[in-house]
Design a protein around this ligand. Structure first.
Ligand code: NG6
Ligand code: CA
Length: 508
């Protein structure tokens, strides 16, 4: 060996050692980014079989990651789904966790364990950008003052929020404890019980609207769209629906830039593809599926922009990205936006029955993709997993003990999440009004009286005066009720579900 090559080695070895150790240390605790769509269905993206709406960025993520075929959100609507994902407690155990109005108080008690406190306690910088819909304040909130408690009291270091939904007032962003861009001389007032202020409503002034409501959604008009609820004031602070995706992405890029040196957790919670569907001009009219397809393209663009931001900072290799949705799909959710007419042969829930508001699989089985280059082997997993498992699983991922009494339903499914195991849970409670049970490929739904189809949204809630049992291995579309042929399984699963319910006291 020459003198100079020894000298080179002297520099190379420590550098290589540091690099190895750096990687080893870093991959122990990856950044975590949840890309969370609103109402995106199992069949709405290319990698899950859609052919008439391009989703190149989501498909690219799936190709480089693990795509789950039996992963679930916790409920078939937003609030109970997110309550469960954050707390690790099935929402059916707690009253008051149904879809919340925009003025609701916070429904998670500060101090309890959430997926954010788990990561915050593990040394992560934690942020939420986008939809919240878990209430804010303690009731009777003054939107012109400090808005708390909220995410900052539940383990998030920063937040930039849409308080409830895109179709509910107040139509303003909240950053940390304050409404963004509020002019104090034009204070905000919000009401969900009676008309307030002097502004026109959709009901009385349909001529002022960009899109007509089909059911509900006929109260205060903001940005040419009539909403659920009444608001007055806060004119300078009101959002532009068309710029919402850009606004969230910009905030996410800033968050990543600011926190690139520490492990971070970003809960990126888009408004897309919920109503009102008001895409930016870059996407309007671009899909074959009408405006619902356009906002799927807009969501896909957000995914691409955030993946690019990670790449630009050299963070892609050390970031666990999870893409999913808060509940199943719906086509007409309250506005005549043409989505129904343009749907054609596109199946938002893919091969599954039902969708949003449904106890059938389409209600909670959602797209779910995990990417962590170098650690998660690309492929497809049929493991049964659920977002309720995030608190326990994130604790395991970061090497923390997890014994939160307030997260009784959260299981550590890390081996399935990382593709080390092909199995996840053995059982899962599904929730849409009432509850149902999955055990392996069996799906048991107790008697549910009620209408077979909701006329307004054209969805099947899964009601039936008799118990239902489906074998999803042979009948993923839940078309054949085999309860009569398997009384033993019905009996066993009914008992298991009763036991789960009993844990809930009288909450149901
Ligand atoms: C329903 C709304 C629907 C949507 C949903 C919540 C009406 C008639 N329908 O009550 O449009 O806002 O609540 O959606 O008001 S979720 O994705 O946040 O759960
Ligand atoms: Ca939703």
């Amino acid at each position: 060996m020459t003198h100079s090559s020894i000298r080179q080695l002297k520099f190379f070895l420590p550098a290589a050692f540091a690099l190895c150790c750096g990687i080893a240390k870093a991959t122990d605790r990856p950044n975590i980014v949840i890309l969370y769509a609103d109402d995106l269905g199992y069949g709405d993206t290319g990698c899950y079989g859609a052919t008439r709406v391009p989703t190149p960025n989501i498909d690219r993520l799936a190709k480089a990651g693990l795509r789950f075929t039996d992963a679930h959100c916790a409920a078939s609507t937003c609030t109970p789904s997110r309550y469960t994902m954050l707390t690790g407690e099935y929402a059916f155990r707690k009253k008051g966790t149904g879809v919340l109005p925009g003025e609701a108080a916070l429904i998670i008690e500060p101090g309890r364990t959430t997926m954010a406190t788990v990561l915050h306690d593990a040394g992560y910088k934690t942020g939420i950008i986008g939809k919240w819909h878990l209430g804010l304040g303690r009731g009777g909130l003054d939107w012109n003052g400090d808005i708390k408690p909220g995410p900052l009291e539940l383990g998030f270091d920063s937040c930039f929020l849409m308080p409830a939904t895109g179709d509910r007032v107040p139509c303003v962003y909240v950053e940390n404890h304050r409404v963004v861009g509020l002019d104090p001389s034009n204070p905000i007032k919000v009401s969900f019980s009676e008309y307030i202020g002097e502004e026109p409503t959709g009901k009385d002034h349909p001529e002022l609207l960009r899109v007509q409501p089909s059911h509900g959604h006929d109260q205060t008009i903001v940005n040419g769209v009539s909403r659920i609820g009444y608001m007055s004031g806060g004119k300078a602070a009101r959002w532009s629906d068309q710029d919402m995706a850009d606004t969230y992405v910009k905030k996410a890029e800033e968050f990543i830039t600011q926190n690139q040196a520490t492990p971070f957790f970003l809960y990126f919670s888009t408004h897309d593809i919920h109503v009102p569907r008001q895409p930016h001009a870059r996407f309007a009219g671009k899909s074959e599926l009408g405006v619902r397809g356009d906002v799927i393209m807009e969501f896909d663009w957000c995914v691409g922009a955030i993946l690019t931001a990670l790449e630009q900072h050299g963070l892609a290799g050390n970031t666990l990205v999870i893409l999913s949705s808060d509940n199943g799909p719906v086509v007409d959710d309250g506005y005549r936006d043409g989505s129904k007419e343009k749907l054609g042969d596109h199946h938002p829930a893919g091969p599954l029955r039902g969708g949003k508001y449904s106890i059938f699989e389409g209600g909670t089985r959602v797209p779910f993709i995990v990417r962590w280059p170098g650690r998660v082997k690309p492929g497809v997993s049929d493991a049964l997993i659920c977002q309720v498992d995030f608190p326990a699983t994130f604790a395991a991922l970061t090497g923390k003990d997890f014994n939160a009494k307030t997260s009784p339903d959260s299981q550590n499914i890390l081996p399935a999440l990382l593709g080390d195991s092909a199995t996840g849970r053995t059982q899962l409670v599904e929730h849409s009004g009432g509850i149902a049970l999955r055990q392996g490929a069996w799906k048991f739904i107790p008697k549910r009286p009620g209408v077979k189809r909701f006329a307004e949204t054209n969805t099947e809630p899964g009601n039936d005066p008799d118990v239902q049992l489906y074998d999803l291995a042979t009948d993923p579309g839940e078309t054949k009720n085999v309860a009569a042929a398997h009384p033993d399984i019905v009996k066993e699963m009914a008992a298991l579900l009763t036991a789960e319910r009993a844990k809930a006291g009288d909450a149901l």
